[in-house]
Design a protein around this ligand. Structure first.
Ligand code: HEC
Length: 162
């Protein structure tokens, strides 16, 4: 049978159907990385930042340390300064989504502060991360976050709730 161009009405219907089908796909694509990150963490027997991985007391110590060590560049609001990136908000959340807390710890420990990198102790960085997690809405629990025994490697930063 010879191919015939669809009529104008038919093309309009096809276009509308196409748009209707693509919309849920967009919604699914937007949440897929987070769903995948939760699923990957579960499969690997890991915890995520939603599993109450720091204590409120530790976040309090981290807040004091953050104000002394980081706020001069990243601001008290964690919103970042001239060149220092944001440590809160959707860009920060999505850039760390799926990475481990060991990655975040290593990034801060070895590259911050940018004018004299490497001067923070592993404990200071761990406490500051607890504060950053609390600030970004992750729930505290009863046990401190620890950098000992590679524990941070098995905790995954996941940007949205399970
Ligand atoms: C002297 C200023 C300065 C201080 C102090 C400082 N930072 Fe930074 N930080 C920067 C700059 C500039 C960047 C962007 C350049 C880069 O990525 O290396 C940055 C980037 C970062 C990033 C990467 C952001 C991202 O999502 O890509 C993190 C995380 C970070 N800093 C955390 C910290 C923490 C936590 C502290 C305190 C323990 C700290 N910084 C102290 C200047 C600073």
């Amino acid at each position: 049978m010879k191919y015939r161009r669809p009529t104008r009405d038919a093309r309009r219907v096809i276009g509308l159907l196409g748009a209707l089908m693509v919309m849920p796909l967009w919604a699914a694509l937007a949440t897929a990385p987070s769903i995948a990150a939760h699923a990957n963490a579960r499969r690997a027997g890991e915890r995520t930042t939603w599993d109450s991985v720091f204590s409120a007391a530790q976040a309090g110590r981290g807040e004091t340390a953050y104000k002394q060590l980081c706020a001069r560049c990243h601001m008290e609001t964690l919103a970042g300064g001239d060149e220092a990136g944001e440590l809160t908000g959707s860009a920060f959340m999505s850039s760390w989504n799926g990475q481990s807390l060991a990655d975040l710890h290593e990034r801060v420990r070895s590259t911050m502060p940018t004018d004299t990198p490497g001067v923070y102790t592993a404990q200071q960085v761990t406490d500051v991360i607890a504060y950053m997690l609390r600030y970004n809405g992750f729930p505290p629990g009863s046990i401190d976050l620890t950098h000992a025994n590679d524990a941070l490697k098995s905790i995954r930063f996941v940007s949205t709730p399970p």
